[in-house]
Design a protein around this ligand. Structure first.
Ligand code: 0PR
Length: 376
């Protein structure tokens, strides 16, 4: 019989959960993650909306209204007031839905898309799911997508091109204006992956990636990254509601007659937590958080450079990578309780400076890194 056949006392179960939770690494020593501790108001909002299911919005009209209000705020943040879209499980779902919408507009199963070589691995899942060819354009010396290479890869079967506003590895921002020009000239769908950059760039007064740029058809931006919402919370946004139409299926027995989301049952928690953070902090409060991350990023860059490691690019966002024997350095840092990730090209360690990484933690990290470099 199952070991848990008769069930256990609540305290016994909770103790087991606590024990396992205590094995997880606290964020204070994590420089490898694009997620962070949710803001305290996000946690409160999450708990309030714990039972809501936006998969059946007629049962949760209040939560559905909250999602509408959040979409209005996101429209204001991303340069177009009346956006279509919804709150998803994150960047992967958003990228899938954007490319699926672009493909469905054509009423075909064939074709290809052109993405930067620096694209997130979610595009490999898209290739597999949609059975399309995903062509990778090379990067220029600043690790932005090479526009000439995108142009070279576009052919009669291409239906979409992708730009990244905040690459996963370097935090670099592609030239979305140039991609927009190319998209308009060739009648292509332009998707912008701002999963990470969406809640950073507007607060650095950079709007050269959003719906203000005419050719941008869709954009993803994740509140569960720099938006300090609870996981899962992603936004997938479209310039026009016609793109949601082509994602829709009929839902005969629900309170809504159609559904355009990828998942059926869908939490309201990500909507509530994302909304609460934005409404509470406001644009100004968000800007403070982002500027503080940038300040710590700059300190980290200078301190690590003084140890003799070169930054791959001057940080555009709160991400900085240092050229070194990355795998070895990462392993040694890990032994000392610090986590960084490695990037592929060039070989380097990546540090993401999320709101949980304070200046003193960054300086502590530099000390440990110094020891690691001496020990190699
Ligand atoms: N697009 C970009 C540009 C991303 O950086 C990411 C994730 C995605 C899409 C996919 O987003 P979801 O993971 O929300 O579906 N970037 C991080 C990465 O893959 C996600 C991450 C977050 C990884 C926290 C580790 C971690 O601890 O590196």
């Amino acid at each position: 019989m199952f070991e848990w056949f008769k069930g256990y006392e609540e305290n016994r179960v909770l103790k087991e959960l606590e024990d396992l939770l205590s094995m997880d690494i606290p964020y204070s020593r994590v420089l490898s993650s694009m997620c962070t501790y949710p803001h305290p108001i996000a946690v409160k909002a999450h708990i309030k909306f714990i039972r809501s299911n936006l998969g059946d919005p007629g049962l949760f009209p209040g939560t559905a209204e909250l999602e509408k209000r959040l979409l209005v705020m996101l429209g204001e943040l991303f340069g177009k007031r009346d956006l279509a879209g919804y709150i998803s499980s994150g960047g992967t779902e958003g990228n899938i839905q954007a490319i699926r919408a672009a493909r469905n507009m054509l009423c075909t199963c064939r074709g290809n898309i052109v993405v930067p070589e620096s694209a997130h691995f979610s595009f490999l899942k898209i290739k597999d799911l949609l059975g399309i060819d995903v062509r990778k354009a090379g990067l220029d010396e600043e690790y932005r997508v090479d526009i000439g290479d995108v142009e070279r890869l576009v052919d009669d079967e291409t239906f979409a091109i992708v730009g990244i506003a905040g690459t996963t590895e370097l935090g670099q921002v592609d030239d979305i204006k140039a991609l927009s020009k190319l998209a308009i000239e060739n009648n292509l769908f332009l998707h912008v992956d701002a999963a990470f950059g969406g809640f950073v760039l507007p607060f650095l007064n950079n709007n050269e990636f959003n719906f203000r740029i005419k050719g941008v058809c869709s954009l993803v931006a994740d509140p569960h990254k720099m938006g300090m919402a609870t996981i899962p919370s992603g936004a997938v946004l479209f310039r026009d509601s016609k793109y949601l139409e082509v994602l829709s299926v009929e839902t005969p027995y629900l309170t809504s007659s159609k559904q355009f989301t990828l998942t059926g049952t869908r939490p309201g928690t990500g909507v509530a937590s994302a909304y609460a953070v934005l409404k509470h902090l406001g644009f100004e409060g968000m800007k403070k958080v982002v500027l503080e991350c940038m300040r710590v990023t700059q300190i980290l860059k200078e301190e690590v450079e003084s140890l003799g490691l070169e930054a791959v690019i001057d940080p555009v966002m709160n991400v900085v990578c240092f050229k070194c024997n990355a795998r070895k350095v990462r392993e040694e840092l890990m032994k000392r309780g610090w986590v960084v990730s490695c990037i592929r090209k060039p070989e380097a360690i990546r540090c993401v400076i999320m709101p949980h990484l304070t200046e003193s933690a960054a300086l502590e990290f530099v000390k440990v890194l110094k020891n690691v470099l001496h020990s190699l």
